[in-house]
Design a protein. Structure first.
Length: 265
């Protein structure tokens, strides 16, 4: 019998397979319905991929750690085939690395490579921000504002995990709103490769209030329809994040690209 993978809780072990749905108490009927709905629209390997991605980005599987196919299958209550397919998809997305005769490892990148990714991401974010500021719909602006509101609440609680999730969602939504599917695909791979550094950066004392102020600034410029200012705010935000990454590691920050023309105040 093919086992199914229900949606995992925010933390802790994965829920039992859907094949055991008859053993669930009545209060979990809604969760069982959600599982069935997901399986009707997504393949099992895709669900496994999403669950592994969630756990990696949440830090449950740290960078450099080995992912054992059999152990993952047992953890998620699925066969090894979907896990194997999920590993291949995660490699394409930049989250894991398959090493011949050694296995599958959560990808770990050097600081020098992270610097290069931050520079590229700054350019992509700036371009996306310019496009979005030119023609954002009121409903999309409200959605972005709701994400920044989530960041505000997370800052008030000093909840790094909640802030990190809202931060990822904000930037993903912003790039998606640019309307360029190729840009979104490239962006997703870049942020996957930076996941370890981004969360560590936010964990620094005092980093959350600074970061959320930058997001408010970005949102205000987008709402004003000022494409140049929005692009500049996003570029500066990403490069500031890169500087905070170096501060978190106790290293001297890399020099900013000399070719960048900064917006005058």
């Amino acid at each position: 019998m093919l086992k199914t993978l229900p949606p995992a809780p925010p933390s802790g072990p994965a829920a039992p397979p859907a094949a055991r749905a008859e053993a669930r108490p009545p209060g979990r009927a809604a969760a069982a319905d959600d599982t069935i709905a997901m399986l009707q629209t997504h393949s099992l390997p895709t669900l496994v991929q999403r669950e592994l991605e969630r756990r990696i980005l949440a830090g449950e599987f740290p960078a450099g750690s080995k992912l054992n196919e059999a152990a993952i299958a047992d953890l998620l209550g699925v066969s090894r085939g979907p896990v194997r397919e999920a590993f291949r998809a995660l490699e394409e997305s930049g989250l894991v690395q398959l090493e011949k005769n050694r296995g599958v490892f959560v990808r770990q990148i050097a600081v020098a490579e992270a610097d290069e990714i931050y520079e590229l991401r700054a350019v992509l974010d700036a371009h996306a921000g310019q496009r979005v500021a030119q023609n954002i719909a009121p409903s999309d602006l409200r959605a972005l504002r709701a994400l920044v509101d989530r960041m505000d609440r997370a800052v008030a609680r000093t909840d790094i995990d909640a802030y990190h999730a809202a931060n990822l969602a904000f930037h993903e939504a912003l790039v998606a709103l640019s309307g360029n599917a190729k840009l979104l695909a490239i962006y997703r791979r870049l942020v996957n490769e930076l996941h370890l550094y981004r969360r560590a950066t936010l964990a620094q004392q005092g980093a959350l209030p600074v970061s959320v102020r930058e997001h408010h600034d970005i949102l205000d410029r987008i709402a004003a329809g000022d494409a140049a200012a929005a692009g500049s705010a996003l570029y500066d935000h990403v490069m500031n994040s890169r500087a905070r990454m170096h501060q978190a590691r106790g290293a001297a920050p890399a020099a900013a690209p000399a070719t960048r023309t900064r917006r005058k105040a």
